[in-house]
Design a protein around this ligand. Structure first.
Ligand SMILES: NC(=O)c1ccc[n+]([C@@H]2O[C@H](COP(=O)([O-])OP(=O)(O)OC[C@H]3O[C@@H](n4cnc5c(N)ncnc54)[C@H](OP(=O)(O)O)[C@@H]3O)[C@@H](O)[C@H]2O)c1
Length: 324
């Protein structure tokens, strides 16, 4: 099969278009023909060598995968063949080859079948970023009627968290770093306000909440934690999901102490979040935000990587193994 392999990570990551032996499913695993795979910030961090946790190289990256089952290992019913499913990632893209390939293997227990008619490009986003966003919203416990601030609101996790929170009845304030993206976000029905990161948005949050402060925040960038804490009401909750820069965010503990804030980290996604994501997407309450669809190749992975690093992406770039 054809695949894109990350040989070495670093400031100039080395990728190559490769022909690899077709993977073989182990017992309790399925072999999938990949239909789509998201390129995430997480992949960019792995490529540049910032994110090393359990990643072994060389590796086929890509953990936001949908595929059609085309083979099964021992103990798996052959009736599964032909099912299109999204994969709950686990160690895919870290210790197990991922979806920047024509095929991959995955434990059968990690497959969530897609309903007929759901597009693979959107389906690939169900576990991450949509399920990841749902888990983080669960961690901070957002409820209808509350005000949620989302940093990195143009990103994969941020934009889908905003949609899901809006569907739950929350008012959502999105923070973005660029006026171009602010323009593209304004008018999205799931954002009640779009604020620019280099403006004093804490003051606008205060004004929008009658000087009370936000009830909940979801931080996908890690670069604004101190400002977020200052924008919260007494007893507010902040879910920490991402860190887009190695620099620590300035953060004064007093802001959290005097407000008696709860800060909670959220990591990964479980099957139930993917199933919930599927029902929200099938019900039209969340729409997968696909920035661009590209044919899988080193050139496309490099293009997606550069777009993420330049903060040009709204939602996700999705790679599809077509044209091989
Ligand atoms: N905890 C978990 O389980 C989990 C799962 C998935 C992802 N993550 C992490 O969560 C973070 C967001 O993931 P994502 O998939 O939403 O990423 P993404 O799609 O690239 O979005 C991140 C957003 O953050 C903003 N940003 C601020 N500073 C940035 C910087 N220095 N470089 C790039 N973007 C920056 C950008 O928006 P503006 O330009 O509009 O500001 C960008 O759209 C990443 O750190 C990722 O590794 C965590």
């Amino acid at each position: 099969m054809r695949a894109v392999v990350l040989e070495t990570a670093g400031p100039a990551p080395h990728l190559r278009d490769a022909v690899l032996p077709d993977p073989q499913p182990a017992p309790d695993e399925a072999l999938l023909r990949v239909t789509a795979c998201g390129f995430s910030h997480h992949d960019a961090l792995i490529m540049e060598g910032t994110l090393r946790r359990g990643v072994t190289l060389p590796r086929v990256p890509g953990h936001e995968v949908t595929g059609v089952v085309c083979g099964v290992g021992d103990g798996v019913p052959a009736s599964l063949i032909g099912t299109e499913a999204v994969v709950v990632p686990g160690d895919i893209g870290h210790r197990r080859d991922g979806g920047f390939a024509e095929m991959l293997t995955a434990p059968v227990a990690s497959l969530v079948p897609l309903p007929q008619g759901m597009a693979a490009t959107g389906g690939a986003l169900l576990a991450s970023p949509i399920g990841v966003a749902l888990r983080a919203l669960e961690a901070c416990g957002v409820a209808g009627g509350e005000t949620l601030v989302v940093t990195g609101a143009s990103g994969g996790v941020g934009a889908h968290a905003a949609q899901a929170a809006h569907a739950m009845g929350a008012s959502v304030i999105g923070i973005t770093g660029s006026p171009e993206k602010a323009q593209r976000l304004e008018g999205k029905p799931w954002l009640d306000a779009v604020l620019l990161d280099d403006e004093p948005w804490e003051e606008v949050v205060a004004a929008l909440t009658g000087d009370m402060g936000a009830d909940v925040a979801l931080d996908t960038t890690g670069t604004s934690l101190g400002r977020l804490a200052a924008a919260m009401r007494h007893g507010g909750r902040i879910a920490l999901v991402g860190q887009t820069s190695p620099d620590a965010a300035p953060f004064a503990p007093a802001e959290a102490i005097f407000r008696e804030l709860t800060l909670v980290g959220s990591l990964g996604v479980e099957r139930r979040h993917v199933e919930r994501a599927l029902s929200l997407v099938a019900g039209g309450q969340v729409t997968p935000l696909v920035h661009e669809e590209l044919p899988l190749s080193v050139e496309s992975v490099t293009r997606a990587y550069r777009a993420v690093k330049r903060r040009e992406v709204l939602g996700r770039v999705v790679l599809r193994p077509v044209g091989f």
